[in-house]
Structure formats: structure tokens, C-alpha cells
Design a protein around this ligand. Structure first.
Ligand code: B12
Length: 410
């Protein structure tokens, strides 16, 4: 009746475009309306760019509920029912279109003005401090840790992201229905306790594993250079080139590591920790079993919980890394950690953890270098040709101890 495509990764939006072109060329567009959704898409991209390209109807769904409403409308139309015109939705669409056209015009005018005027000299690098002390790691190279205790990493579960983002617990405001806080007490926490018990009893959460390591490094312009040994004159092991913001602070991820000149002057290089965590296959297998049994609510909850536990494991290991990095006084980087866990999710600690594919370091291809450094096949994790880790509930990261490091887009 209709074709649905979901895009979690930016790469998948390119494939969607190709699919729509292919459907045009095979003359299928007339027959098949297309519904698109997923984190990598925006309404504007679908309603403007893709709908111009596709010869049939293509619509965006922000969530599963909008998807259902669209399907109802499509099926109604197929049955020959006259569809009531949703005047409000039509007006909103027209307004979005006008807004987009206006901002494109403004951007073009600004660009034209810029090329007319003398180009402003842009600073070569950001204002990020280069005189930051370097903590000492407990070892150079990598370690494998299998069977991380559930109680330890699950303590860093982001409840809000689980309940609101994954389980869709949305309270009502003002019209007498339960608030989000009430739903957390009556549904969220009881279901969470139930699943944690169930998954622990079944032994599903015992497969959490980590491979991590500390590597000597220096920054060279926009590059993070990983060295063979902790000395400024050591050979180069590999190099990551990160994009720099074209305006604003002109930040680049490489700015959060000690520049080569400074390392040479002081005779001390920086340290870059890399980490890769996985929940293993069992949680995804269990979620898929529930899906096969048509137990959708259970599936949604288990999948969502698995996803957030992966994040919790990454957060937990990052804390471990901070506790292992020591200053010459013997104090640990983690001594600056906030007491309140919710502050963790706002990066309230010293340093930051950057995952490839996010704004500051968008190149997924660079994951191959992390895999080369960490050898995650030792914990059963493989990188696919599309640069995705399998099992799916896995994530990798580049860590920096720099106190000014916060997330940014380029
Ligand atoms: C949780 C999460 C994870 C989890 C789990 C991912 C998973 N596969 O389930 C973990 C921690 C494992 C993870 C890892 C990674 N992630 Co991640 N992740 C997210 C996050 C925060 C939420 C995704 C999610 O579960 N949403 C909840 C679900 C229910 O919502 P949803 O997927 O959007 O789907 C709903 C709607 O969109 C809609 N919908 C979706 N599809 C369709 C289709 C149709 C037809 C319809 C009608 C509706 C519809 O309905 C759904 C239900 O309402 C997103 C950012 C975000 N805010 O979405 C990043 C995000 C997807 N991740 C991203 C990245 C980069 C990664 C990593 C590569 C990072 C890394 N270097 O390790 C890895 C890759 C994993 C791997 N195996 O290699 C990027 C991808 C962007 C890109 N560059 O392509 C995102 C977009 C973050 C970002 N802003 O950059 N990730």
C-alpha cells in the first residue's frame, strides 16, 4: 500500500534519495506513496528537497503516531474515501515552505555581500587554551574488560532519555491527565525495575564489554596525530583530520589536544584515550524475539532500554578513564566530577567524549582507525562496510581531558 523508509544515519538519507530516483525510473512513483522518518531526516529535507524529486507522494513522519495518521489517510484515499482537508496542517506546510524560501534568499544575499566586501581575515585556530597540564595514564596501549557488573553501569542510566525519548512517556499539561513526573512514578520506574530484574535474571545484561586504551598524541593544525611512543620525536601511528568551524569560535576537535610545538618545547606529549563499549548480542536478540511475538510494547521498552544502557556503559567507562588519569599530585581527573548524576549528561565533568558521526567529528570512515587502534574483535565487535559496529548496541569514542571541551557543531 505504501513504502516506508527509516533513516537513523545521515548516510541513509543519501540511499533514500537514490531509492526515490530508482522508483521514478521504474515508473513506480504513481503507485507507491512513500513515508519517511528517522533521526537523520528533517521535515524540511523531505517536504522540500525530496518531494520535488519524487514523482509520487512523499511525506515525513516525525514519530510513529504521525506515521499512523498518514497511513490512515493514504488507506482512506485508496478506498475512495474523500479525505477531509486538514487546513491547519496545510497552512503550517505553506508557512514552513515560505520560511525556508525566505531563509535561502537571506543566505544568498549575505553570501553575495560577503564576496563583494573585503574578506575578513579569519583566525587560523580557536581561542582554546594550549597551556593545559597533561595527566598520566596508568598504561599506554589497550586493555579488554569483559562482564562489566550491571549494577555499576546501570547506575548511570539516563532515566529521562529512556522514559521520554525511548518509551514515549509524555505527560499532559493542564487538562487533568497525568504529568510526566506522575507517569515516571506510576509507569516509568516500575517498568524499569521490572525489566532490569527480568534481563538480569535471564543473564542478558552480563555481556557488557569494553576495549579501551591510552595513546600518546599531539595536535597539528586540524589534525590529531597519534604517536608510536610518549615522546615528541616519536613516529606517527595514525592521524585524524577534523573539520574546523568556518565562523564563530572556529573550534576544531584537534584544539583540545596539546599542539606539537608546545609538546616539543616542554618535552611532554598529550594523552588521548579511546574507548569502545558493547552490550553484546543478547539484548538485541531478546528484543527481536519480542518483536517476532508481536509483543510491541515489550519490544519498544527492551530495545529502548538496551539503547540507553549502551549510552550508560559508555558514560560509565568514560568515568573510569577520568579516574585512571592522574595528575602529578596523585589526584584523579574524576575528582572534579559532579555529585549529581544528571550533571553527567550535561557534561558537568572535566573533558568530553566525542563519538565519530557527531557534529565535531562527522566522518564515520574514521571509525576504521579506532578499530585499528583498539582491535574490538577481542570483545566480539566488528565494523561493517558502512562503518557500523556490530552488535548494534555498541559505540566508540575519542576522549579529551581538556577542561574547555564541550560539544559543538562544525
Ligand atoms: C540512542 C542512540 C544511539 C544508541 C542506539 C542506536 C540504535 N541503533 O538503536 C547507541 C548508543 C548504540 C548509538 C550508537 C551510535 N550512534 Co547514535 N543515536 C542515538 C540517538 C540519541 C537516539 C536514537 C533513538 O533511538 N531514538 C528513539 C527512536 C524511538 O526514535 P527514532 O529512531 O527517531 O524513530 C522515531 C521517529 O523518527 C519515527 N520514524 C523513524 N523511522 C521512521 C520511518 C517511517 C516510515 C515512519 C513513518 C516513522 C519513522 O518513528 C520512530 C518512533 O516514533 C540519535 C539522535 C536522536 N536524537 O535521534 C543518535 C544518532 C542516530 N546516532 C548517531 C551516531 C553518529 C552514532 C554512532 C555512529 C556513534 C559512534 N561513533 O559510536 C553509533 C553507531 C552505532 C553502531 N552500532 O555503529 C547519529 C547519526 C548521524 C550520522 N552521522 O549519520 C545520531 C543522529 C546523533 C546525531 N545527532 O548525530 N546511538
Amino acid at each position: 500500500d505504501a513504502i516506508g523508509m527509516s533513516g537513523l544515519l545521515v548516510k541513509s538519507t543519501v540511499i533514500m534519495k537514490e531509492n526515490l530516483e530508482e522508483m521514478n525510473s521504474r515508473g513506480l512513483a504513481e503507485r507507491w506513496p512513500v513515508l519517511l522518518g528517522g533521526a537523520a531526516l528533517t521535515r524540511s529535507f523531505v517536504e522540500n528537497d525530496l518531494s520535488e524529486l519524487y514523482e509520487g507522494e512523499v511525506r515525513y513522519a516525525k514519530d510513529a503516531f504521525e506515521g499512523l495518521r498518514l497511513m490512515d489517510a493514504i488507506m482512506g484515499a485508496k478506498r475512495g474515501e474523500v479525505q477531509p482537508v486538514d487546513a491547519e496542517a496545510e497552512a503550517k506546510r505553506a508557512e514552513r515552505k515560505a520560511r525556508r524560501e525566505r531563509s535561502l534568499r537571506i543566505a544568498e544575499a549575505r553570501k553575495a555581500k560577503q564576496t563583494e566586501e573585503d574578506p575578513q581575515p579569519v583566525p587560523a585556530r580557536s581561542d582554546v587554551a594550549t597551556d593545559v597540564a597533561v595527566p598520566t595514564p596508568p598504561f599506554w596501549d589497550t586493555r579488554v574488560v569483559k562482564g562489566v557488573p550491571v549494577a555499576e553501569y546501570s547506575a548511570l542510566l539516563d532515566e529521562r532519555a529512556t522514559f521520554l525519548g525511548q518509551w514515549g512517556l509524555k505527560g499532559t499539561r493542564g487538562d487533568g491527565g497525568p504529568s510526566y513526573e506522575e507517569l515516571v512514578e506510576t509507569e516509568g520506574r516500575p517498568r524499569l525495575r521490572y525489566w532490569m530484574d527480568e534481563l538480569t535474571t535471564k543473564g542478558i545484561l552480563q555481556h557488557a564489554a569494553v576495549v579501551y586504551g591510552y595513546f600518546p598524541c599531539v595536535a597539528e593544525g586540524d589534525d590529531l596525530v597519534v604517536l608510536d611512543a610518549p615522546s615528541p620525536d616519536a613516529g606517527e601511528r595514525c592521524r585524524f583530520t577534523f573539520p574546523r568551524q568556518p565562523r564563530d569560535r572556529r573550534l576544531c576537535l584537534a584544539d583540545f589536544y596539546r599542539p606539537r610545538e608546545r609538546a616539543e618545547a616542554e618535552g611532554v606529549v598529550d594523552v588521548v584515550p579511546f574507548q569502545l563499549v558493547t552490550m553484546g548480542d543478547p539484548i538485541a536478540d531478546f528484543a527481536n524475539e519480542l518483536f517476532e511475538k508481536n509483543a510491541y510494547r515489550d519490544y519498544l521498552e527492551v530495545h529502548g532500554l538496551g539503547v540507553q544502557l549502551t549510552e550508560a556503559l559508555a558514560e560509565y567507562w568514560h568515568r573510569r578513564v577520568r579516574s585512571e588519569l592522574r595528575w602529578s599530585s596523585g589526584a584523579a581527573v574524576s575528582d572534579e566530577d559532579p555529585d549529581d548524576i544528571t550533571e553527567f549528561f550535561k557534561l558537568g565533568y572535566r573533558g568530553a567524549r566525542f563519538s565519530l558521526g557527531y557534529g565535531a567529528c562527522p566522518e564515520l570512515e574514521d571509525r576504521a582507525k579506532i578499530v585499528d587502534l583498539l582491535q574490538p574483535d577481542r570483545i566480539g565487535v566488528k565494523l561493517s562496510e558502512e562503518f557500523q559496529l556490530h552488535p548494534e548496541q555498541s559505540t566508540d569514542a575519542i576522549v579529551t581531558h581538556h577542561p574547555q571541551a564541550k560539544y559543538f557543531n562544525t
